[in-house]
Design a binder for this molecule. Structure first.
Ligand SMILES: C[S@@+](CC[C@H](N)C(=O)[O-])C[C@H]1O[C@@H](n2cnc3c(N)ncnc32)[C@H](O)[C@@H]1O
Length: 230
């Protein structure tokens, strides 16, 4: 999968997305993640990208031209047949969930992410190029870079080959509408607390039943809304 991130702070995204599993998937060529400095596409002699909003009000808005120039440069020569989705990271969008991540990983070969900054982005460029807005939660951040990294991470790890085994995500929190069961590793005893007997019994049916019960207990305790949706 290819993911293009249009941003005023590419280094911020590169730092986050060059490490660990996503960083390795990039090196292995499984994920093709490219960051683009919107400022480089400004035709203003001082490379300005923002201006005051019409009608007054606080703060600055990102203007449409540099974003349009950047978008045009990265999509030039690519046919409309590409399974592409252009997403503006915004507190006004659909709130990101595991099922949205799965939908994006399954239905598209290329995501183009637009990160806003300051008070946001001129509406006309959103209307012209953006397919949908996605939010990472009901709160406001200073910019779309952290949300873009979050979206890239959670979609990227669902791309075949990024994780060693599909089971890694098939059985974890949200995948089946439940939070994950508690997990344990060595040592067998830590600060006087032993690993639950069932997990060392070698009885796989009992282990599965115990995990399901614990997943239900945890979900009922901290996220009962998830059980209502099931
Ligand atoms: C300060 S915010 C602008 C908020 C905008 N004035 C509003 O009230 O909706 C600046 C940028 O941060 C990003 N952003 C902030 N909160 C976000 C969230 N919860 N999810 C996704 N992106 C967010 C967006 O790209 C946005 O353009």
């Amino acid at each position: 999968m290819r993911i293009d991130i249009m941003t005023l702070f590419p280094d911020l995204c590169e730092t986050v997305l060059s490490e660990s599993i996503i960083g390795r998937a990039r090196k292995a060529g499984i994920l093709d993640i490219r960051t683009h400095q919107i400022r480089d596409y400004s035709e203003d002699k001082h490379h300005r990208v923002d201006d005051t909003p019409y009608g007054g009000g606080m703060g600055m808005l990102m203007g449409p031209e540099p974003i349009w120039n950047c978008y045009r440069a990265i999509t030039e020569g690519v046919g409309e047949t590409e399974r592409r989705r252009v997403i503006y990271l915004s507190p006004q969008g659909r709130v990101l969930s595991q099922s949205i991540a799965a939908e994006l990983a399954g239905n598209y070969d290329r995501l183009i992410l637009l990160c806003g900054h300051y008070e946001g982005v001129d509406q006309r460029i959103l209307d012209e190029i953006v397919d949908e807005e996605i939010s990472i939660g009901d709160y406001v951040l200073t910019g779309g870079e952290i949300p873009a990294c979050i979206l890239t991470d959670c979609v990227g790890r669902l791309v075949p080959g990024v994780l060693a085994d599909a089971e890694c995500y098939e059985k974890e929190s949200f995948s089946d509408g439940l939070l994950e069961y508690p997990q344990y590793t060595r040592p067998y005893e830590f600060h006087g607390v032993k690993v639950p007997d069932v997990l060392v019994s070698g009885h796989h049916a009992n282990i599965d039943a115990w995990r399901l019960e614990k997943a239900r207990e945890k979900t009922a305790k901290v996220r009962p809304d998830l059980l209502e949706k099931k």
